[in-house]
Design a protein around this ligand. Structure first.
Ligand code: PLP
Length: 358
């Protein structure tokens, strides 16, 4: 028998979450974001879960080609564009659309010799200071692209730093919007701005295209919980109790003896550790479900195991069912307890974890 640790992917929940995104933005077209192996869910499952999307957006060139091999015929957008001149032949052959965020990329297109039409998403740095042309240099980049005969559509794109936190004074969302509007003045093209947070929280900013990622996987980008947004968990990580210990007051559990019992307790050992993608920084008290009962992780996370308090589940035994996140215990809640975000947990599920579909 394989180790009883399984990530179950719910394709119907992926379809549902995409429908939520579409319902919130009825006039926009949707890029379903499937970077990082569809946020850890598997690219092929992304294709099935998001078949109703208008396009797929991702970062990895090899995965973009795989999308074509999987039969995806609608648009594909490389969110960071390409990295080297030789990438452009693959872009052309697979009819990929590309973000263009720097002059070096424009030069690569100019010298590429490709003859097929290339649809470009010109990216503005509207304040996040990651990728993109600043507003004052955006128009010049547009003109330079427009002069390349092979460039067809130019979509105007930016990315928000604080769509989940509009009052962040270091960079107001409204300031990013203002800079974007300044930078695109006089330029024509479709607009692409909103990630999940903007799609869910700022319908007034929705333009021609939206780019939801984490919401499609039942994660919340911040603000309300995924459930309050009507999103369903798409990944449920389950395991089993593989051992139990009855411990006395003063007994310690696990590496570093981080947890010391203040009463007699029953401890359960769960087959899942940090080498599976469970966050090693999860503190005592991180929620977990055993036999349908919510209890708490105690003791340091090991490579292959975690330990849980079975006091609220006196009937638990070797073989009892455990849910680490997903149905009944939101991934965002586990992530928050561990000082991270649901995004990181779903992306980091290790290859040794069995993945199945429901
Ligand atoms: C990852 C990504 C998104 C999706 O972000 P979420 O917060 O997961 O919705 C959108 N646009 C770009 C450019 C991205 O890289």
């Amino acid at each position: 028998m394989p180790r009883p640790l399984v990530a179950t992917i719910d394709i119907a929940a992926m379809q549902h979450n995409l429908a939520v995104a579409k319902a919130r933005t009825p006039r926009a077209k949707v890029w379903a974001i499937v970077k990082a192996n569809a946020y850890g869910h598997g690219l092929a499952r992304g294709v099935r879960g998001f078949a109703a999307a208008d396009g797929m957006g991702l970062i990895e060139l090899d995965a973009a080609v795989r999308l074509r091999d999987l039969g995806w015929t609608k648009p594909i957008l490389l969110l960071e564009g390409f990295f080297a001149p030789e990438d452009l032949a693959i872009v052309s052959r697979n009819q990929l659309e590309v973000a263009v965020h720097c002059d070096e990329q424009i030069a690569m297109i100019e010298h590429s010799g490709i003859t097929t039409p290339l649809d470009v998403h010109l990216k503005m740095n509207s304040g996040m200071n990651r990728l993109g042309f600043t507003p004052d240099r955006f128009g010049a980049a547009y003109v330079r692209l427009r002069a390349i005969p092979t460039v067809r559509k130019i979509t105007l794109m930016t990315h928000f730093a604080n769509a989940d936190d509009v009052r962040n004074p270091s960079l107001l969302l409204s300031e990013q919007v203002r800079r974007f509007q300044d930078g695109i003045a006089g330029l024509s093209g479709e607009l692409s701005l909103s990630n999940s947070a903007a799609t869910l929280l700022h319908p007034e900013l929705v333009t021609d295209w939206v780019r939801p990622g984490v919401m499609l996987y039942g994660g919340t980008p911040g603000g309300k919980t995924a459930q309050e947004f009507g999103l369903l968990p798409t990944m449920t990580l389950t395991s089993e109790i593989i051992g139990t210990q009855d411990i006395a007051t003063g007994d310690a559990v696990g590496y570093g003896s981080r947890f010391v019992a203040d009463k007699p307790m029953k401890i359960g050992v769960v087959a899942c550790g940090y080498a599976d993608g469970y966050p090693r920084h999860a503190p005592d008290g991180t929620p977990i479900i055993v036999d349908g009962v919510r209890t708490a992780m105690v003791g340091r996370v090991s490579m292959d195991m975690i330990t849980v308090d079975l006091t609220p589940v006196p009937g638990a035994h070797v073989g009892s069912a455990v849910t680490l996140w997903g149905d009944g215990v939101p991934i965002d809640e586990v992530a928050q307890a561990a000082g991270t975000i649901g995004y990181e947990l779903m992306c980091a599920v290790a290859p040794r974890v069995q993945m199945v579909e429901r």
